[in-house]
Design a binder for this molecule. Structure first.
Ligand SMILES: O=C(O)CCC(=O)C(=O)O
Length: 195
């Protein structure tokens, strides 16, 4: 059963921004196995002229894609992730996703700042996010009203972000007291791909 996070904000383009949450849907997935099988890399990003390590490890599967100062070459989605892709797209009743961004937060010091997944090639209709491992707070806020929602994401949770990339941004803040890792997979559609 999914839970609707009380966002439900009508947008000027006629869509409704919303977020749905399925706690524990994928709890049989193993954090250790996915951590082992994904080819993690440490990227460096340049912000305001300063270059530093991103506070997390990442991997990308899908068409060539650039965000911040990182250019990912195209990479095929591995067969085992395709299985998860099918399961999630069936749950969300949408076509299979074209791309997966993988994030590994080694502990509470690893994080992701406020941003939108609003690159031109990404379809904002629905982005799906799977969490494994340590529970972390996922934050969503309206860009102008600053209204903020906190969704604690635990092991096996599925979250959908639907039309959420226009007026809202999201983040995964640092948490000083968390020592355990968390793995996140975000499934995205590329514009013009599939039906
Ligand atoms: O780890 C998360 O839940 C957030 C991931 C995220 O914001 C992203 O990949 O754009």
């Amino acid at each position: 059963m999914d839970g609707l996070i009380p966002i439900e904000a009508p947008l000027e383009n006629g869509h409704v921004a919303r977020c749905r949450h399925w706690p524990g849907l994928l709890q049989s997935e193993s954090l250790e196995e996915w951590t082992r099988s994904i080819p993690w890399q440490q990227n460096r990003i340049t912000v305001y002229g300063k270059t530093h390590d991103e506070p997390r490890l990442t991997a990308w599967f899908g068409p060539a894609y650039t965000y911040s100062s990182i250019a990912w070459p195209s990479a095929q989605i591995p067969v085992d992730l395709q299985g998860l892709n099918k399961l999630i797209s069936n749950t969300l009743k949408c076509r299979e996703f074209d791309a997966i961004l993988c994030n590994l937060y080694r502990n509470g010091q690893d994080a992701m700042g406020w941003h939108r997944d609003n690159e031109r090639e990404i379809d904002p209709t629905i982005i799906a996010s799977v969490s494994l491992g340590a529970q972390r707070d996922f934050k969503i806020r309206h860009r102008t009203t600053r209204e903020t929602w906190t969704v604690p994401l635990g092991h096996g949770d599925l979250l959908s972000m639907e039309h959420l990339q226009l007026d809202h941004e999201h983040a995964l803040p640092r948490r000083a007291r968390i020592d355990a890792p968390r793995l996140n997979l975000t499934f995205r559609h590329f514009r013009g791909g599939g039906t």
